[in-house]
Design a protein around this ligand. Structure first.
Ligand SMILES: [Zn+2]
Length: 85
């Protein structure tokens, strides 16, 4: 089989531009029904070239829990930190 030649042991690459992804944190906006929630300092892999952040898979559960919590606040726009207790 003539496999792909581009296989590397390094991390994933940016689907947009192919740049390398670095460990980092990002402020991510979430657009819900009638509300906007910005979660700051979400652990993410950030593209070194275009700066696009990608949430890590392990983070999604916590983000959903945070969004769930905010549901009770009935606030149209919220800015919270990922690391709030
Ligand atoms: Zn990129």
């Amino acid at each position: 089989m003539a496999g792909k030649s581009e296989e590397k042991s390094s991390n994933s690459r940016c689907p947009l531009c192919g740049g390398g992804l670095c460990e980092g944190a990002a402020s991510l906006p979430f657009f819900l029904d009638r509300r906007i929630v910005v979660i700051k300092d979400v652990p993410a892999e950030v593209c070194a070239d275009c700066g696009e952040p990608y949430m890590k898979s392990g983070v999604t559960g916590r983000v959903e829990a945070l969004l769930d919590k905010l549901d009770e606040l009935d606030s149209e726009m919220s800015i919270i930190h990922y690391k709030v207790a």
